[in-house]
Design a protein around this ligand. Structure first.
Ligand code: A2P
Length: 335
C-alpha cells in the first residue's frame, strides 16, 4: 500500500512514522508530506531517509491512505482533494470531527461504524480518546449519565513550538512563546481558544466528541488545563451513572476492556502517571473510587500518551481496521 503521512515533519507526524513501523503496517511506499518550507528535508522510515514532498506531489503520487496531522486549515483545504484522488484520509485535526457525515472513530469503542464509502475519517481529540476508552465499557454496563472532567494536558499536545518554550524556560533562555504566559512552574487554564460560552474549544471538543462517539444523551462538562509536563495527558473524571455499580465489577470491566490497563494499588503507590504512560499505547486508569457525596457516582484518574493513543496510534489503528475489513479502495492507475 502507498501510505502518505501529511505533517511528517511535525510531532504527531513523527510518531505516526514510528507507529507505522512498529506495528508493521503494510507500507509498500511511504510518502512523507509537509509544507513547501520543508522542501529538501528528509524523514527516517524503516532505517531509510525518505525525502519530504509537497501536497501537490503527494496527490499526484496517488496514495491509498493518508494520515493527516498538519493542522485544521490544511485538512479543510487538502483532505477533500486527497479523497477525490481515491485516497482514504484519516485526519488527526479537529476540522472534520463534528460533520454529521464524517465518522469519528476510536477503534476499540466504535470501530464498527466504518464503512466502505468513508473517504475522510476523523481521529478524535487526544483528551477525548482516553476518556471514551475508559467510559465505553462502563457506559455499556451502567449507562453514563453525567461526566465532570478536568484535564492536565502536556505541552506536546500544542506542537513543537510549545515543547521548545518549556525547554527554553527550564534553561533560562528567552525565545518564541507558544503560550501567552510561561508554562514552566505554572498551569494555564486555557487549552486552545475561548468560545462564546466561556469554555475553550478543547473543553467543547471533550463535550461534543464524547457525545458523538458514545451517546448524545451523556452530559459532559470540562475544564482543560495545560501543565508543565512534556508528554502524557491526565484526567480527573467524575462519572454519574444511571444504574448502581459495584467497584469490583468496575475494575473487572476496565481490566477486560481492550487497550485499557488498570493501575490501581494505592497501598503500593500504584496509579497512572504521564512518566509511566510515556511511549506506550494503552490508556491507564487508576484511583478508582466511589464518590460518596451522591449515589451511583465514581471517580477515576485516566492517563495516556497523547501523541500515541491520543493521536498517532489511534490513527494507525483506524488504518489497520480499514485494511482488515477490506475498506481501503485502491485508486485507479494513472493513465
Ligand atoms: P512543516 O514542517 O513543513 O511546517 P507541529 O504541529 O508539530 O508543529 O507539526 C505541524 C506539521 O504540519 C508539520 O509537519 C508541518 O510541516 C505541517 N504543515 C503545516 N502547515 C502545512 C501546510 N500548509 N501544508 C502541508 N503541511 C503543513
Amino acid at each position: 500500500m502507498k501510505v502518505a503521512v501529511v505533517g511528517a515533519t511535525g510531532l504527531v507526524g513523527g510518531v505516526m512514522l514510528k507507529v507505522l513501523e512498529e506495528r508493521r503496517f503494510p507500507v509498500d511506499e511511504l510518502l512523507a508530506v509537509a509544507s513547501d518550507r520543508s522542501a529538501g528535508r528528509t524523514v527516517r522510515f524503516r532505517g531509510r531517509e525518505v525525502p519530504v514532498i509537497g501536497m501537490e506531489a503527494a496527490i499526484a503520487a496517488r496514495p491509498d491512505v493518508a494520515l493527516f496531522s498538519a493542522g485544521g486549515n490544511t485538512s479543510l483545504e487538502w483532505a477533500p482533494r486527497f479523497a477525490e484522488a481515491g485516497c482514504t484520509v484519516i485526519d488527526n485535526s479537529s476540522a472534520w470531527r463534528m460533520y454529521p457525515d464524517k465518522k469519528l472513530v476510536v477503534p476499540e469503542v466504535n470501530g464498527a461504524v466504518l464503512a466502505a464509502e468513508d473517504r475522510i475519517i476523523a481521529n478524535p481529540n487526544c483528551s477525548t480518546i482516553q476518556l471514551v476508552m475508559a467510559l465505553a465499557p462502563l457506559h455499556r454496563a451502567y449507562g453514563v449519565d453525567r461526566v465532570v472532567v478536568s484535564t492536565y494536558q502536556a505541552v506536546t499536545g500544542t506542537g513543537m513550538k510549545a515543547v521548545q518554550q518549556l525547554e527554553n524556560e527550564r534553561r533560562g533562555i528567552t525565545g518564541e512563546m507558544a503560550y501567552p504566559f510561561p508554562i514552566d512552574r505554572n498551569v494555564i487554564p486555557r487549552c486552545d481558544v475561548f468560545t462564546e460560552n466561556g469554555y475553550t474549544k478543547e473543553e467543547m471538543k471533550l463535550v461534543n466528541e464524547t457525545k458523538k462517539i458514545l451517546d448524545p444523551a451523556i452530559r459532559v462538562t470540562a475544564t482543560a488545563v495545560r501543565v508543565p509536563v512534556t508528554g502524557g495527558h491526565s484526567e480527573a473524571v467524575n462519572v454519574e451513572f444511571a444504574r448502581e455499580f459495584e467497584l469490583e465489577e468496575v475494575r473487572r470491566l476496565l481490566r477486560e476492556a481492550p487497550g485499557v490497563v488498570v493501575q490501581d494499588e494505592p497501598a503500593k503507590d500504584e496509579y497512572p502517571m504521564p512518566l509511566l504512560a510515556h511511549d506506550r499505547d494503552a490508556v491507564f486508569v487508576g484511583r478508582i473510587r466511589r464518590d460518596d457525596t451522591q449515589p451511583r457516582t465514581l471517580n477515576l484518574w485516566i492517563v495516556a500518551d497523547n501523541l500515541r493513543k491520543g493521536a498517532a496510534t489511534n490513527a494507525v489503528q483506524i488504518a489497520e481496521l480499514l485494511v482488515a475489513q477490506g475498506l481501503v479502495a485502491r485508486p485507479l492507475a494513472t493513465t
